[in-house]
Design a protein around this ligand. Structure first.
Ligand SMILES: Nc1ncnc2c1ncn2[C@@H]1O[C@H](COP(=O)(O)OP(=O)(O)OP(=O)(O)O)[C@@H](O)[C@H]1O
Length: 335
């Protein structure tokens, strides 16, 4: 009797603690929770996103990387409000991307997010000048006038393309076009700026300049910036790089600046993390798995401050004080 009531009390306490815990991503600007996108083409189903989790906080400048076909563009199209997920949850600046109606979706695309695409030609209207391109989004929103004109000049100035104000896209270089495209994307003061391979058509020096422009925008206006890139140099410049693999976030690299106390010299320190989803699933980096020849199943052992992972039946690991007997600390149910 006493034992069962204790158990009930304990269960009630745990349930209450779970209820009081803040919801996943409650303080994030972008929350993707087990996001799924399935495409059907010619009777074949492609799972482009397979339960992707991602949190982005306000004011971040971060990069998304991943092999071709890993799902980066699918994710960006969803965040841009151009596509809807099949399942899961996605919220940006308080908007629910699954339940938005057509009219809300249009407002979302005009006011909450700005985007810059890889193809320079897709970002700008060819028959308008740079200034007219930047002035267009506020006009479509019903905001014209002197304040708007001031914003156009400010944006072109901050992005270093004030001298292009009266030129049409074909009269500008690829780098200038992308900088004007960033100005267009920011014209309505969006909370989030999304860029899908924005430096893909540019040489590496120009790519660096474009990346510097994103950094300026992030610092000057506090805009949250998410950049999909293949460019290692760009990915190495941001504090946070999230890798997508097979439609899920797999690893994350965080960088911080360390100052040497003796010399005062600054250096960047990078640390790689694997993502642990809310069900406790962990995706091991492919190169780690390959190097140790791991497949099908692995042996786990819980230590006071870490969890050891060994290839199945690795005798060397056992000799070195590796995994214990199944059901001991190696029981996954206890992890
Ligand atoms: N409209 C679509 N219809 C059918 N399949 C699609 C569609 N869009 C994407 N896919 C498939 O979904 C998967 C993810 O594609 P996605 O374009 O998101 O990858 P990616 O990481 O952006 O690749 P890349 O770096 O080459 O642009 C791929 O297998 C792709 O073929």
């Amino acid at each position: 009797m006493t034992e069962s009531s204790t158990t009930l009390d304990e269960l009630e306490r745990r349930a209450a603690a779970r209820r009081d815990r803040p919801a996943y991503g409650h303080d994030a600007l972008i929350t993707c929770d087990r996001l799924v996108r399935v495409f059907s083409a010619d009777g074949v189903e492609v799972q482009a996103l397979q339960g992707l989790d991602l949190l982005v906080r306000e004011g971040e400048l971060m990069a998304l990387v991943g092999a071709s076909g890993s799902g980066k563009s699918t994710l960006m199209n969803i965040l841009a409000g151009l596509d809807t997920p099949t399942a899961g949850a996605a919220r940006v600046a308080g908007r629910d991307l699954l339940t938005m109606k057509a009219r809300e979706r249009l407002r979302y695309r005009r006011e909450v997010v700005g985007f810059v695409w890889q193809q320079t030609a897709r970002n700008l209207l060819p028959y308008l000048t740079a200034a007219q391109n930047v002035a267009l989004p506020p006009r479509l929103r019903g905001r014209a006038g002197r304040r708007n004109a001031g914003r156009v000049e400010e944006l072109l100035g901050v992005l270093g393309v004030a001298d292009c104000r009266d030129r049409r896209p074909h009269e500008m270089s690829g780098g200038q076009q992308q900088r004007v495209a960033i100005a267009v994307a920011l014209a309505n003061r969006p909370a989030v700026l999304l860029a899908d391979e924005p430096t893909g058509e540019l040489d590496s020096r120009t790519a660096e300049e474009i990346f510097a422009a994103f950094r300026t925008v992030n610092e000057e206006f506090g805009t949250t910036v998410v950049i999909v890139t293949h460019d290692r140099a760009v990915a190495g410049e941001v504090r946070r790089t999230v890798a997508i693999r097979d439609g899920r976030t797999s690893t994350e690299i965080l960088r911080h600046t360390r100052v040497d106390e003796a010399t005062g010299e600054e250096s960047t320190v990078a640390r790689e993390y694997a993502m642990l989803d809310r069900a406790g699933r962990l995706q091991l980096p492919a190169d780690h798995v390959d190097r140790l020849g791991m497949r099908d199943r692995v042996v786990l052992r819980l230590e006071p401050d870490h969890i050891g992972v060994w290839p199945d039946d690795d005798p060397a690991a056992r000799e070195a004080g590796g995994p214990g007997e199944p059901g001991e600390a190696g029981d996954p149910g206890r992890l």
